[in-house]
Design a protein around this ligand. Structure first.
Ligand code: NAP
Ligand code: ZN
Length: 348
């Protein structure tokens, strides 16, 4: 079926309206009429070829929510009309150790929602800046939030799980002091989630203007990371720091804030490397530098249910599809509180 989408034909070209094809649902497939799609900084990195290997036309978008409009003959978990989400994963090998553990995000053959190889036209996956998507039921998430929150649920599908998973893995909870660096789409969810898990949360921002807002999101304290005295007040006090920054920066100033055996996990994925960390900052206190990528399907469902039970959603600014290029420029300036979401009704 031919549908409307928004994407780019080359790295240097703006996104524009495109006609794309979706396959007819196979026996295990679910077809979703997309209502909203969040705008992740990864979309910008990918569509502008800041990361290697972008295929064109590129239709970004992996924070997808909508309603099931058709299901294949063997689909048992979903029916027409269900409220569902699709995140960053639309397929994987389904048989490796990672897939068996529900960690499809670490499968060597994970198929991303956009820019991954597929048998469907045009030979690579096309994402959620589109009217519909067809996905194997294994990768479809159930949404239990009230329908009027649907647009604000969309960013949970990437920003939510990408922060939830490392916070869980490194035991964010009561008695733990957790830092969240970079208060953008990911970072603002990191604050909300770490706070909901019961941790003591400190937000690190380069933007003085986000100080009050970070407290309102649930931070117990806010540090403007360019202020050396404010940073020094937290020396050797953190159990865990989640770093969501989308640009290369000095990591050493954050290692100095970790306790003995503390860990800083990077989820931000800048196009060029960070300056190499100072080894002495790590060895003297047995500190760790780690990374984490989105989360598996079972944990994504767990995160959605955790948020539904607590009324947690993203803070969003809704845009029309035609405003996406301007939204990218504003995201680069940090001028969004805290996630743009495309109303896909404006694609028609
Ligand atoms: P975003 O909304 O643009 O937020 C990034 C934040 O980083 C900004 O709001 C800003 O926060 C801070 N920042 C930006 N440039 C900076 C600089 N030069 N120095 C210091 N701080 C800076 O982006 P996002 O959507 O949250 O994504 C963040 C990163 O995570 C991107 O690289 C994205 O590709 C990556 N990502 C990774 C995964 C994964 O699985 N690991 C998943 C999704 C996204 P302040 O104004 O508060 O300083
Ligand atoms: Zn993302």
């Amino acid at each position: 079926m031919t549908i409307k989408a928004y994407g780019a034909q080359a790295a240097h070209l703006p996104l524009e309206s495109l006609d794309i094809e979706r396959r007819a649902p196979g026996p295990h497939d679910v077809r979703i009429d997309i209502a909203y799609c969040g705008v992740c900084h990864s979309d910008l990195h990918q569509v502008r070829a800041e990361w290697a290997g972008t295929r064109y036309p590129c239709v970004p978008g992996h924070e997808i929510v909508g309603r099931v409009s058709a299901v294949g003959a063997h689909v048992s978990g979903f029916k027409q009309g269900d409220l569902v989400g699709i995140g960053c994963i639309v397929d994987s090998c389904k048989q490796c150790a990672d897939c068996e553990e529900g960690l499809e995000n670490y499968c060597d053959n994970m198929i991303g929602t956009y820019n991954s190889p597929t048998a469907d036209a045009p030979g690579h996956t096309l994402g959620g800046y589109a009217q519909q998507i067809v996905v194997h039921e294994r990768y479809v998430l159930r949404i239990r939030h009230p329908e009027d929150q649907l647009a604000a649920v969309a960013p949970l599908l990437c920003a939510g799980i990408t922060t939830y998973s490392p916070l869980r893995h490194w035991n964010a909870g009561p008695g733990h002091k957790i830092g969240v660096v970079g208060i953008g789409g990911l970072g603002h969810m990191g604050i909300k989630l770490a706070h909901a898990m019961g941790a003591h949360v400190v937000a690190f921002t380069t933007s003085e203007s986000k100080r009050e807002a970070a407290l309102a999101l649930g931070a117990d304290d806010v540090v403007v990371s360019r202020n050396e005295a404010e940073m020094a007040a937290h020396t050797k006090s953190f159990d865990f720091i989640l770093n969501t920054v989308a640009a290369p920066h000095d990591l050493d100033v954050f290692f100095a804030l970790l306790k003995r055996d503390g860990t800083m996990a990077l989820v931000g994925a800048p196009a060029t490397p960070h300056p190499s960390p100072q080894v002495f900052n790590l060895i003297t206190k047995r500190r760790s530098l780690a990374g984490s990528m989105i989360g598996g399907i079972p944990e994504t469902q767990e995160m959605l249910d955790f948020c539904a039970e607590r009324g947690i959603v993203a803070d969003i600014e809704m845009i029309r599809a035609g405003e996406i290029n301007e939204a990218y420029e504003r995201m680069l300036k940090g001028d969004v509180k805290y996630r743009f979401v495309i109303d896909t009704a404006t694609l028609a």
